[in-house]
Design a protein around this ligand. Structure first.
Ligand code: BEZ
Length: 402
């Protein structure tokens, strides 16, 4: 959360601080002039899904980004913020055209998006070519903070393999020895399942079958029949949004909940427990967030989010909130001067703040280093059981940023 009193810093204090900093040989970011008076709003281009199976994820991210700005009197780094939103529809083929529209037609200063890893691949390619500062508030494509990492691309969420890497050991400790994984068959699902296989088999378990379902299909009957006939100890899944609601209900309706324990990347119960109802009770998952995290920022954030939007916050909202916070850190360091690109990027790369998820800081590849929690749904709430992996860092394979 924002450092106390920072907003109260007056123009004179900044000038005095600048002079003092110059004497002390402080970094250029600290000696900048105060925010550009009368400057136009900083344009933030947002490419998120507002329709389809991931629509609720896009809305939660957007709501929380705006909440953070509202809580700061509509300004970040002294500049007003204007959001330009486009519906990605979670359709990868549309990503290049929509990203270009935000950069070239709307002339945005900063890009935010997307939710879907396939969309992220198209969006990040253009952001890299154009050099536009980009923050990914969800899509976990491992490559983006791996071989395709770039100085101007940041992520406030996770890499797809991380929740899977965190899940194998706790499942084994729960007594599970064989598992089937089932996932939407695109980058995110495959990377999630591969992280899971690595951690579960390292712990001593065996993944006996991997079942991919085309995205965004929610026709799960044949997968459920196959799982029932294999009869593993447990199932690990990657589904989110509308698909997660349907999977959990179908799994329960098929009579599998009591026979084959259901686990997953935390998206399986994130933001959807109300829609899943009784069926979600007892589902265990791993994620970098849980509703019941007992820190000051989380308690305040959940209360403010509920008051503003009438529903409970979730991990997507946290990622949106932290996206605005990261922009705030960058813009504040350059006193709102988006032209000071290198200093803005350096400040964002070095950002450290208290997030509702716990301490927030980025790896050299610009992906959060964060705790992953084992959670269980109890009375409709994703409760923390324990930390599954502490300060898990993205492996960043092939990333050359130093
Ligand atoms: C992804 O496509 O990267 C993704 C989508 C929803 C939840 C998590 C990851």
């Amino acid at each position: 959360m924002k450092e106390p009193n920072r907003k109260a810093v007056s123009r004179r204090t900044v000038l005095r601080g600048a002079a003092g900093a110059a004497v002390l040989g402080a970094t250029p970011a600290l000696v900048r002039a105060p925010a550009l008076a009368g400057a136009a709003a900083v344009k933030v281009g947002v490419l998120l899904p507002y329709s389809g199976t991931y629509a609720r994820l896009g809305s939660a991210i957007t709501n929380a980004m705006k909440l953070y700005v509202d809580q700061n009197d509509g300004k970040l780094g002294g500049r007003s913020i204007e959001f330009v939103q486009i519906d990605s529809e979670a359709k990868p083929p549309k990503a290049p055209e929509l990203t270009t529209k935000l950069i070239s037609s709307h002339k945005v200063d900063i890009l935010v998006g997307p939710v879907h890893s396939g969309v992220a691949m198209g969006m990040a390619k253009i952001a890299r070519e154009e050099g536009t500062i980009t923050i990914i508030p969800n899509a976990g494509a491992d490559q983006i903070t791996g071989a395709l990492c770039a100085p101007n691309v940041f992520r406030t969420s996770f890499t797809n393999s991380q929740p899977g890497l965190a899940c194998g050991k706790p499942m084994y400790e729960d007594g599970m020895r064989t598992a089937v994984s089932c996932f939407w068959n695109y980058g995110a699902g495959k990377q999630s399942a591969s992280g899971f296989r690595e951690s579960f088999e390292t712990a001593g378990g065996k993944v006996v079958k991997e079942i991919g379902v085309p995205f965004p299909d929610v026709e799960f009957q044949s997968a459920l029949t196959e799982i029932a006939s294999i009869g593993p100890d447990a199932v690990y899944v990657f589904f989110a949004g509308g698909g997660a609601v349907k999977w959990v209900k179908d799994y329960a309706a098929a009579g599998l909940m009591d026979r084959i324990k259901l686990y997953g990347a935390g998206f399986i119960t994130e933001g959807v427990t109300e829609a899943q109802g009784e069926a979600a009770e007892g589902v265990r998952s791993t994620l970098h967030y849980a509703d019941t995290l007992d820190n000051r920022e989380n308690v305040a954030f959940r209360k403010a989010y509920k008051k503003a939007f009438g529903n409970e916050a979730d991990v997507y909202a946290v990622q949106g909130y932290d996206t605005s916070h990261l922009i705030d850190v960058g813009l504040t360091a350059v006193s709102g001067d988006t032209g000071a690109r290198d200093d803005l990027i350096a400040a964002m790369a070095g950002a450290k703040f208290a997030s509702p998820r716990g301490p927030f800081q980025l790896s050299k590849a610009h992906n959060p280093i964060q705790n992953f929690y084992l959670r269980e749904v109890r009375n409709g709430v994703n409760e923390v059981i324990r930390i599954a992996v502490e300060a898990l860092e993205d492996p960043a394979k092939g990333c050359k940023l130093s």
